[in-house]
Design a protein around this ligand. Structure first.
Ligand code: PGA
Length: 232
């Protein structure tokens, strides 16, 4: 079984998300693939409603570690559960880069989400400078050290230099990193970073690649479905 998750980032408001999810619901999905969409917070309710009664899961793109409190701009796991949301991404590199996310806060977010019954996609990955300096392994070890194995946990390996750049890790580079991650934490590992219909099959054929976290190419239904097909 592979998992294909579409990370919409800050794209698609509620109306557009609802329309996309209704079309996704009516599309023929391949056997052997778990499909997940991750809309912005404001579109979660519409996505959940459109996909009710299907096997397609709706994930948020972040989740706070406290159930409630004075945390302006944050959303908690119980609030997501109340909406019918199935899981949350934590630790995306864009949040590490722009929103002060640290290994410590990623660990807290993941633990709280899992404890509240959400599934979690925890993102890790090195920057280009870290890879060039030979620090990839150390960075992955550090980022993974805050995560505990859990039935609901999936890791996404997203080399920062491959996100939104059109550069993809070669299947061999990705496979190496996935093997390392799996040796440190026994959970499924998704690959993310410029996954497209053209490269998905080759990446997903690697033994240690259990699925994909797809950004840009998940915004278009046709290309998202083609990637889901590649995962079957
Ligand atoms: P991308 O984004 O597919 O647009 O590179 C992946 C991600 O950030 O999850």
């Amino acid at each position: 079984m592979s998992l294909i998750a579409g990370n919409w980032k800050m794209y698609k408001g509620a109306a557009e998300a609802g329309e996309f999810c209704r079309a996704l619901r009516d599309a023929e999905l391949p056997i052997g693939v778990d499909v997940v969409v991750c809309p912005p917070f404001t579109a979660l309710a519409d996505a959940v409603q459109a996909l009710a009664g299907t096997e397609i899961g709706v994930f948020a793109q972040n989740c706070h570690w406290e159930p409630e409190g004075a945390f302006t701009g944050e959303v908690s796991a119980p609030m997501l559960r109340e909406l019918g949301v199935y899981g949350a991404i934590v630790g995306h590199s864009e949040r590490r880069q722009w929103s002060g996310e640290t290994d410590e806060t990623v660990g807290r977010r993941a633990a709280a989400a899992l404890a509240a019954g959400l599934h979690v996609i925890a993102c890790v990955g090195e920057t280009e400078a870290e890879r060039e300096a030979g620090d990839t392994e150390a960075v992955l070890r550090r980022q993974l050290a805050v995560l505990d194995p859990d039935e609901g946990l999936v890791v996404a390996y997203e080399p920062v230099w491959a996100i939104g750049t059109g550069k993809t890790a070669t299947p061999a580079i990705a496979e190496d990193a996935h093997e390392l991650i799996k040796s440190l934490l026994d959970v499924p590992v998704l690959y993310g970073g410029s996954v497209k219909p053209e490269n998905a099959a080759e990446l997903l054929a690697q033994p240690a690649i259990d699925g994909a976290l797809v950004g840009g190419a998940s915004l278009d239904l046709g290309s998202f479905l083609a990637i889901c097909q590649a995962g079957s």
